[in-house]
Each structure stands twice: as structure tokens, then as C-alpha cells.
Design a binder for this molecule. Structure first.
Ligand SMILES: Cc1ncc(COP(=O)(O)O)c(C=O)c1O
Length: 438
């Protein structure tokens, strides 16, 4: 066991968490009924703990294309594109992503995590400088450890601090790469990209934006924060993932920089891992088409986000700074947050418990993500439940908002479905945005 001794503190904390009666880090779904509903501990549960922003995980067209791709091209590629070759689908997806973003080049990776690992660790070397936001996602931090560039962190979303740190490097040779995110995955806040662009220009740095949580969510065409802020020209590299709005798995980077393709022979997380299987490529291409041609999903997502965010805020909760699909309720106390989380899952709402050290400012909070496939009933159920529990816990004032129109969720049955067949109709119907519950 000695080799695991270094984890004893972590193990003790985890045991303490489990002794409180819940284990938020190993939730098991008895079933997934739709993109926004599942069954947990035998109870029909509304899902607010996914990143299924456009509600496409059960999209019938994507599912059919995925199945057809398996029939035609098999279940996997069994190797990396460099050593074992590319399929037509890999190249088609790269062309379509480049076209969607209006860029010359695209590289597709096996996960979003690897997209960051590959791009960041390769673009800047030992004679360059990597400048990252202090609240960066783990994949950005891990990329900084895989690469050889010295790393500078600037204060979260703080253009003045970014400028101060770049000023210190002004006369130091080497390229400078700034990395920021579109929507931050914990609190749902957005980066001040216009100000970052001013700083980048002043110091002649490169800028990469990870649009993992903002692709399909922000911007008129759904390209993300850089599109919404009108600064795409100044973003040299856009990184993203297929695991959120595009409802599959994988990642990408697009850019118009000259000579981009040499990265295929330099980026180790691209070269030394198996490429995405045909089924994933096929469903991702389909989801990208839907993202492009169904802007109403984005409109619905925004309306849902505002409804949920404002509902919680009006109830008196401390929420994150912006009404985006990621909605954080800040509770600070780990024990309270854990007990709150457990009550919610026991009563049919699944969301994420975010605890230190993974959280900004070492706070404890409940992180929800809203989907275009949620309907008003799902959202009002969640607001009502959180409000009731929040009052019971003495976390919010006891005022009485009017929930007279809200129907109890779940309407169907709080019991485990007797047989899989009993939930099949719901599974088929749900693909429509805003579709009602069974
Ligand atoms: C900002 C950010 N970048 C990258 C990733 C990694 O993406 P994936 O889970 O698709 O590997 C995530 C995942 O949550 C993320 O939040």
C-alpha cells in the first residue's frame, strides 16, 4: 500500500464525505431517459449536472448516422492518424469545423483535454512564454506541465494584471501565448476578451481561447465568446470540445496561421494516441450541422439560462456573475453544500457539487448547467426545489414567491420504472427541444 500512502489525506477527506451519507463523486445512473432526464436510485431525476447545452445526445439523425458509420467503417480506427492513417470522416470534420469558424486549418483530437494538452504544450517551447488565467481548466494547467515553456499566471479575468505580467517580459526574447476561456466552467463567467485583445496587441503576443463551454452557446452563429465580442480576427487559436454542445467526445483547434499542419508531427497528444472512431466522427458532423442550422436551440438555451439564473437569484441565492448556461450557487461551507446536494438528488434533481481545491477561491458551490432541451417545467421544478431546501437550511430568506403554476416534478412516478419498455416512449420523444416529459 505504500505507493498509495501519499493519497491518505485525500482518502480521509473522501471517507468523511461518504460518511455524511452521500457520494457525489460516484453517482450512478440506473438509466438515462433523455438528454435532460435520468433515473438515479430508482427515482426519475431531472439532469442539471451535464454539459448537454443543445440537448443533442439523443438526436435521432446523429444516432442514425453514428450507427451507419459503424456498419460502414467499423467500431474503431485502432491507431493514431500519423502511424495508422486517417479516415475520410476525420478530414471531413476538420474541413467543416474550419469552415464553421472561417479559418484555414483545423486539427481534431481524441478529447478536448488532449486538444489543450497538444496545442499549448507544442505551440510554446522552452524559449517562449505561456501566460494563463489563474482559474484555467485542469487541461490548461496540465498542458503547462507537459510543455517546456515558463508559465506565468495572471489574476482571473484581469486585463490589468495580464498587462503587468506581459510588461515584465517585454524585453525577454521568445513568443508569448496568452490562454483564456470563453465561459469558465465553474462559475459560468466570461473572459473580458476585448480588453485581452488590447493587451495582446500592445505586447505582440498570441491569443488562444478555449471555447469548450461557449461553442454553440454564445455568438450569432454559435462560434463562442470571440464571435459575440467581435474579436475573432485577434484570436489566433480557438480550441474546443465535442463533449458539450456537440454531444459526443473529442476536441479540436482551428487557426489560420501559416504552417499549422506541422503541428501534426510535433504535438505528442495528437501523434501518440488513437484517433476518434467513425461513429463519433459521424455524430459530431451531424451535431455541428444542427448547431449551424438550428439557431433556435441557442435562443431557447439563453431563455432557459436566464429563467433558471434569475429564479435562483430572486430566491436570494448567491449566484455566479452572469446568466449563462452554467449557473453556480455559492454556499462556501463544504458540509452545507454536500448536505444540500444530497437533498436535491434524493428529491429528483441532479447537479454537480464543486468543492475545494477544484473551485475558485476555495469556495464550495452547486454547479448546474442548463440545456436547450429543458422545458419550463424542469426549470421551475429545480428552482422551487432549491428554494425550498435553501429555506429549510436557513440559507435564503423565507419570502414566498408565487409558484402556484408549478406542477410537481416528476409528474409520472417517483418509482423505478418497472421495465425498460415503460420508459421507451419518453426516450423516443425527447429529442425535440423543449419536449415535454413523458
Ligand atoms: C474549459 C475546458 N476545456 C477543456 C475541457 C476538456 O474537454 P473534454 O472533457 O471534452 O476532454 C473541459 C472539460 O470540461 C473544459 O471545461
Amino acid at each position: 500500500m505504500a505507493i498509495l500512502d501519499k493519497f491518505s489525506t485525500l482518502a480521509a477527506r473522501y471517507d468523511a464525505l461518504k460518511q455524511s451519507g452521500s457520494d457525489p463523486f460516484s453517482v450512478k445512473f440506473d438509466d438515462i431517459i433523455s438528454s435532460v432526464e435520468g433515473v438515479v436510485n430508482g427515482k426519475r431525476t431531472v439532469l442539471f449536472g451535464t454539459n448537454n447545452y443543445l440537448g443533442l445526445t439523443f438526436d435521432p439523425v446523429a444516432m442514425e448516422r453514428s450507427i451507419e458509420a459503424i456498419r460502414q467503417h467499423g467500431t474503431g480506427t485502432t491507431g493514431s492518424r500519423i502511424a495508422n492513417g486517417s479516415y475520410k470522416g476525420h478530414e471531413q470534420l476538420e474541413r467543416e469545423l474550419a469552415d464553421f469558424y472561417g479559418r484555414k486549418h483545423c486539427m481534431v483530437f481524441s478529447t478536448g483535454y488532449q486538444a489543450n494538452l497538444a496545442m499549448i504544450s507544442t505551440l510554446v517551447g522552452k524559449d517562449d512564454h505561456l501566460i494563463i488565467d489563474a482559474d484555467s481548466h485542469a487541461s490548461i494547467y496540465d498542458a503547462s506541465r507537459l510543455g517546456h515553456a515558463p508559465v506565468v499566471r495572471f489574476r482571473h479575468n484581469n486585463p490589468d494584471d495580464l498587462a503587468k505580467r506581459l510588461a515584465r517580459l517585454k524585453d525577454v526574447p521568445g513568443e508569448k501565448l496568452i490562454v483564456a476561456e470563453g465561459i469558465y466552467s465553474m462559475l459560468g463567467d466570461t473572459a473580458p476578451l476585448k480588453e485581452f485583445v488590447d493587451v495582446k496587441r500592445e505586447f505582440g503576443a498570441y491569443l488562444m481561447v478555449d471555447e469548450a463551454h461557449s461553442m454553440g452557446v454564445l455568438g450569432q452563429r454559435g462560434r463562442g465568446l470571440a464571435e459575440r465580442e467581435g474579436v475573432e480576427e485577434d484570436v489566433d487559436f480557438v480550441v474546443g470540445t465535442f463533449s458539450k454542445s456537440l454531444a459526443s467526445v473529442g476536441g479540436f483547434c482551428v487557426s489560420s496561421i501559416e504552417g499549422f499542419d506541422i503541428l501534426r508531427l510535433a504535438a505528442r497528444p495528437y501523434m501518440f494516441t488513437a484517433s476518434l472512431p467513425p461513429s463519433i466522427i459521424a455524430s459530431t458532423i451531424s451535431a455541428l450541422e444542427t448547431l449551424r442550422h438550428e439557431p433556435q436551440r441557442r435562443t431557447k438555451l439563453r431563455a432557459n439560462s436566464r429563467r433558471f439564473y434569475n429564479g435562483l437569484k430572486d430566491a436570494g441565492f448567491t449566484v455566479g456573475p452572469e446568466a449563462n448556461p452554467i449557473v453556480a450557487v455559492i454556499l462556501n461551507d463544504v458540509a452545507v453544500a454536500t448536505a444540500f446536494w444530497k437533498r436535491l438528488i434524493d428529491e429528483g434533481m441532479y447537479l454537480n457539487l464543486a468543492l475545494p481545491p477544484a473551485t475558485p477561491n476555495s469556495s464550495a458551490f452547486l454547479r448546474s448547467s442548463v440545456s436547450a432541451a429543458h422545458n419550463d417545467e424542469h426549470i421551475d421544478f429545480a428552482i422551487e426545489l432549491m428554494t425550498r431546501v435553501g429555506r429549510e437550511f436557513g440559507l435564503i430568506p423565507d419570502a414566498e414567491p408565487d409558484y402556484s403554476n408549478v406542477t410537481q416534478f416528476p409528474r409520472v412516478s417517483a418509482e423505478r420504472p418497472a421495465a425498460r419498455a415503460s420508459i421507451a416512449p419518453a426516450r423516443r420523444r425527447e429529442a425535440d427541444v423543449g419536449a415535454g416529459m413523458a
